[in-house]
Write a protein that binds this ligand. Structure first.
Ligand code: ADP
Ligand code: MG
Length: 371
């Protein structure tokens, strides 16, 4: 069997700007054909990582491999990667077709091959009918597509995209997210995509690297990142989360979580015994009148219920802290089931499999954002 080499491999990659450590000994593998997303707050090192891969910045230490080859000392045009920048960087005095052809001419491809590729990639991004138009006469979304066609036409092994949808309005952004997914499936090129938008990362990626302060705190599929965040930072950055402090104990061969205040709930098997934080997504928590739980539950008090359109947001206080509960509408029963009277005691419960035990950590310690 042929050995499959990672498309991109960072080994203890570090980048310093003077005293600032923008990337701190990061090791990461991106497999061929992935739609890999670097996700994190402003200043966490996403653009730096992309620029290192693209060859626009030298590493301070560590190694970078593309398709198995060490490229630390190779200039950008020898790396078989191409970049789509947020500002598109099109040539305004050129037509759409000339923009796409530009890099191919630089590569000294034959005229017929250039014409064929320009046609193929404008078709791919749905802009064939605009080939002769000046690129300055296009909308933002169209310019974005030209930039994409131009980058893909060179058939790089890896396409780097730095917040490519950041300048588009929300509706166009959602449309381009779908388009990018389709184009990725069609060409099969490895995409490395940078965003600070968690929804964008969750909806588009094969895998996500969550970054903070120059570190990669977690790599996983969107589902793993959402349901099994490794720490409070990752859980907080992606979606809304509830945190309950307590202690994991093992009794009669089963794991239990003893909340502050003494109440206990079953804990996921394999949870490490000792002080811990239990993470629950708002849609994973149920609340009902006292005694209405189908299994183990803790006591709470319904403090508020706000109609939010597609869900009702219920706030519940418990001995271990406040919880936010989302009751999704549209499923009839769940939306209509009673939650108990405001201010009265209620039962609160969740499916053990939808809870995540994480190490108890000081808040905010990992957020290196400085912008
Ligand atoms: P992101 O793209 O995630 O917002 P960057 O990779 O641009 O983050 O920046 C990471 C860190 O490196 C930040 O603290 C930023 O201020 C710093 N930084 C980026 N570029 C430079 C530079 N040219 N000189 C000094 N510091 C820089
Ligand atoms: Mg950036």
């Amino acid at each position: 069997m042929p050995e499959s080499r990672p498309a991109i491999e960072l080994i203890d990659a570090t980048k310093r700007y003077g005293d600032v450590v923008a990337l701190d000994s990061v090791s990461l593998q991106i497999q061929p054909g992935e739609f890999f997303c670097l996700l994190g707050p402003s200043g966490c090192g996403k653009t730096t990582t992309l620029n290192l891969i693209g060859g626009f910045l030298p590493l301070s230490s560590g190694e970078l491999r593309i398709e198995g080859r060490r490229v630390n000392d190779l200039p950008p045009h020898k790396r078989n990667v191409n970049t789509v920048f947020q500002n598109y960087a099109l040539f305004p005095h050129m037509t759409v077709a000339e923009n796409v052809a530009f890099g191919l001419k630089m590569e000294k491809l034959g005229r017929d091959e250039i014409r064929r590729r320009v046609g193929e990639y404008l078709d791919l991004v749905g802009l064939s009918q605009y080939a002769g138009r000046s690129s300055s006469q296009l909308s933002g979304g169209q310019q974005q597509r030209v930039a994409l066609a131009r980058a893909l036409a060179k058939r790089p092994a890896v396409l780097l995209l730095d917040e490519p949808l950041g300048a588009l309005d929300l509706k166009l952004r959602h449309h381009m997210q779908l388009e990018l997914g389709r184009i990725h499936r069609q060409v099969g090129t490895t995409f490395v995509f940078v965003t600070h938008d968690q929804e964008e990362a969750l909806s588009m990626s094969t895998r996500i690297a969550v970054m903070s302060g120059g570190h990669v705190v977690q790599v996983g599929t969107p589902q793993e990142i959402y349901y099994r965040p490794v720490d409070r930072f990752a859980a907080d950055f992606i979606g809304e989360s509830n945190f309950l402090d307590g202690v994991v104990v093992r009794e009669d061969g089963r794991c239990a979580f003893v909340l502050e205040g003494g109440e206990r709930m079953p804990a996921p098997e394999g949870a490490q015994v000792g002080p811990a934080t239990l993470m629950l997504r708002p849609e994973s928590v149920a609340v009902g009148p006292l005694g209405s739980a189908p299994g183990p539950a803790i006591k709470g008090r319904v403090e508020g219920a706000a109609f939010m359109g597609n869900h009702t947001r219920v706030t519940v206080s418990t001995a271990a802290g406040a919880l936010v509960v989302h009751r999704l509408h549209g499923s009839g029963a769940a939306a209509l089931a009673p939650i108990g009277q405001l201010g009265e005691e209620a039962s609160v419960w969740w499916a053990t499999g939808e809870s995540t035990v994480m190490a108890r950590a000081e808040r905010g310690a990992t957020d290196g954002s400085d912008t």
